[in-house]
Design a protein around this ligand. Structure first.
Ligand SMILES: *Cc1c(COP(=O)(O)O)cnc(C)c1O
Length: 391
């Protein structure tokens, strides 16, 4: 089977791990954690980074740090991985679901602005969702597939409505927006994941970056059991959410290869795009004018009313030919825990999600393997009269 996205561990991973064992620094303190935080901050273009046990825990703690409380609503796109919504739930809050825009598959800033104007008001200094009476306390844009959201528009909405912004940039390390790096776009926090299927992995793990020293320190405190000093004094209910030196050792070795990995991801995406452009109805993943995607996943979608059925048939046919082809995220309002979450109209999320076909895109995918995937997709498309053989 040619896998969808597997870790590429050809660098210093083994050497750094063995350093950890030799030095006995295997836990949540150690030189690799500090080094990893420095590397992530630099790659994200932000002054501060704090490493965590996962992207989900990073997002949870970041939301608490910006003041999300029990019973609040937090604005997020319906088309996301469930971890974004779960981190909101872990605060005792509920996601308020919005659509994505067609050009970037990221949070539709115009819809958010319109809904805030229409359905919220300020009461006693707080932004209240009028239909439910609940406080609205943050905006969580998601950088879908490594594509940056239109952050200038989102920050403008956030500023005018007094809401903090926590970006779920899980797979977006390496992306740029108007020539700025993904962690320097005006958000209070930007989260990255280093889970095994991300471009750069630490086995598991996450991080936030931010531009405020106070926010960074508050986040570090909360994720380190809210310990004050070096004795057993704790000032609030904290979390044990820090990354271990073992994870960071792998993470450092991976970060050394970030530029090469992102270049490989973009090359793979460009090869598929070129190879499938004459397939009827097949459209490339978005490429908004405002930035450059980190191209976490590659593939295409069938932009036609029967695209969902087509996508399912193609994915099945490819799996029979030992190619791991998968669908993409099922929107949150179609997931059992979020079926009753408040939501705006979601036509783009509903149209897109089942039409997407993701294809093998590991950074160490060989050109022979990619050529085989291309041939099989084209052969299936020819058999379904969606394209002809090259002349
Ligand atoms: C991977 C991912 C996460 C979760 O990160 P973990 O490190 O697995 O907790 C959250 N959001 C998005 C968009 C992701 O792709």
């Amino acid at each position: 089977m040619i896998q969808l996205a597997v870790p590429n561990l050809a660098g210093n991973e083994e050497k750094y791990l063995s350093d950890c064992v030799t030095s006995t620094f295997v836990s949540s303190v150690g030189p690799y954690v500090t080094k990893f935080e420095e590397m992530v901050a630099a790659a994200a273009g932000a002054p501060y980074a704090v490493a965590t046990s996962a992207g989900t825990t990073a997002l949870h703690a970041a939301l608490l740090t910006v003041g999300v409380k029990h019973n609040d609503l937090v604005i997020c796109p319906a088309l996301t991985f469930i971890a974004s919504a779960n981190a909101i739930s872990h605060c005792g809050a509920t996601p308020w679901l919005f659509d994505v825009d067609r050009d970037s598959w990221t949070l539709d800033a115009r819809q958010v602005g319109e809904q805030i104007a229409k359905n919220t008001e300020i009461r006693a200094g707080e932004r209240i969702h009028i239909p439910s009476g609940r406080r609205v306390s943050a905006i969580v844009p998601v950088f879908t597939l490594g594509i940056p959201a239109d952050m200038d528009a989102i920050i403008q909405v956030a500023k005018s409505s007094g809401l903090p912004v926590v970006v779920d940039g899980a797979a977006a390390l390496g992306a740029t927006y108007r020539a700025h790096r993904s962690g320097a776009l005006g958000a209070d926090f930007t989260m990255y994941s280093f889970n095994g299927n991300k471009t750069v992995t630490a086995g598991g793990g996450g991080a936030v970056v931010c531009c405020s020293k106070d926010l960074m320190q508050a986040f570090r405190h909360l994720t380190t059991t809210a310990r004050v000093g070096t004795d057993y004094d704790h000032d609030v209910v904290g979390y044990n959410y820090r990354m271990t030196n073992l994870q960071a050792a792998v993470g450092c070795a991976q970060m050394e290869q970030l530029d090469a990995f992102v270049a490989a991801k973009r090359r793979i995406a460009a090869t598929y795009q070129e190879a499938f452009q004459d397939i009827s109805g097949a459209k490339a993943f978005p490429n908004p004018s405002w930035g450059e995607s980190a191209a976490w996943f590659s593939g295409f979608y069938f932009d036609s009313p029967d695209g969902g059925a087509r996508g399912a048939r193609l994915r099945q046919a490819l799996r029979e030919r030992h190619i791991d082809a998968r669908p993409f995220w099922k929107p949150m309002h179609l997931q059992a825990p979020y079926k009753n979450a408040p939501r705006a109209a979601l036509p783009v999320s509903e149209y897109l999600w089942d039409k997407i076909v993701t294809l093998p895109c590991s950074t160490n995918l060989t050109s022979d393997d990619q050529a085989y995937v291309v041939d099989e997709v084209r052969a299936w498309s020819r058999a379904h009269v969606l394209c002809s053989a090259p002349s």
